[in-house]
Ligand binder design. Structure first.
Ligand SMILES: *[C@@H]1O[C@H](CO)[C@@H](O)[C@H](O)[C@H]1NC(C)=O
Ligand SMILES: *[C@@H]1O[C@H](CO)[C@@H](O)[C@H](O)[C@H]1NC(C)=O
Length: 260
């Protein structure tokens, strides 16, 4: 199968454009080992497999009504006797409703911030002061994929979520059409990472997405994704991946690679 990426770039240059703005805040963690923050985005149990369990719930400011689902952040606590310089890299999979901390991390992600032998000390700190920055998501050996939700009703109602979203951008619009047709129909964000429509085109389906962030926007075209007999619960490879890195505005821009 052949796939194409159709690019529409609107570049506005800015003196303050930066792809790694550093922010300061606090994080807590889920103390139950089995608790994974996987509710609001709709990833369910898939979330655990995303990133070795390094996942997090974010404040509503970063969740952005679901746009922030799937974004990746590097987070490090700043008590350097206890915390490593590299910190943990997490994927946003949930909304933290209480607003007391910017992130609530899975246990793996929280204790992943500790220096060697310092997990007990970090546990005593509990709510940690952190620095964090958005980073590109890197799904090695995975393309952007489409999972058909259980709520779909073939062939009338289609709900999908996008998983393994690479790069450092946001999916802000989704259209669907029959393969080979230019009769695009928009999908609506239902919640989290889930998009739906009850005007489902017939046959095999293609998607086009608008991804943006900061000063850039572009179309990603996945020319053939769902077969005509798409089924609930199945995950379909889109054949494309997002590698773009969006810029934010901040100054000074962090020039350091965070590693232990
Ligand atoms: C958290 O912040 C959001 C947005 O500012 C607000 O709508 C919500 O009510 C807050 N939640 C709590 C529990 O304070
Ligand atoms: C990603 O899609 C390309 C086609 O564009 C395909 O050749 C490749 O095998 C896919 N990669 C994976 C890991 O599925």
């Amino acid at each position: 199968m052949a796939f194409f990426i159709f690019i529409l770039l609107l570049s506005l240059s800015s003196a303050m454009a930066c792809d790694r703005c550093v922010h300061r805040s606090k994080v807590a963690y889920y103390s139950s080992p089995s608790a994974i923050p996987a509710g609001a985005c709709g990833y369910g149990s898939m979330a655990l497999a995303f990133n070795g369990g390094y996942v997090a719930a974010t404040s509503s400011a970063l969740y952005r009504e679901g746009i922030g689902c799937g974004a990746c952040f590097q987070i490090r606590c700043t008590d350097w006797t206890v915390c490593s310089k590299g910190g943990s890299q997490i994927i946003v999979t949930d909304l933290n409703y209480d607003n007391h901390t910017e992130f609530v991390l899975s246990g793996a992600a929280f204790f992943g911030m500790a220096r060697k032998g310092m997990k007990q000390q970090l546990k005593k700190i509990g709510v940690a002061v952190v620095e964090y920055k958005r980073v590109p998501c890197d799904y090695k050996n995975k393309n952007l994929s489409v999972m058909v939700e259980e709520s779909s009703q073939y062939p009338y109602y289609l709900a999908v979520k996008f998983v393994y979203q690479g790069g450092q951008t946001d999916i802000v619009a989704v259209d669907v059409a029959q393969v080979g047709s230019s009769n695009w129909r928009y999908m609506t964000r239902n919640h989290g990472a889930i998009w739906d429509t009850n005007r489902v085109p017939q046959g095999a389906l293609q998607f086009r997405l608008v991804v943006t962030g900061g000063y850039d926007g572009k179309w990603i075209w996945a020319q053939s994704v769902l077969p005509a007999d798409w089924t609930k619960g199945a995950v379909y490879d889109s054949g494309v991946q997002i590698h773009d890195i969006a810029q934010e505005g901040c100054s000074p821009c962090d020039s350091e690679d965070w590693h232990s």
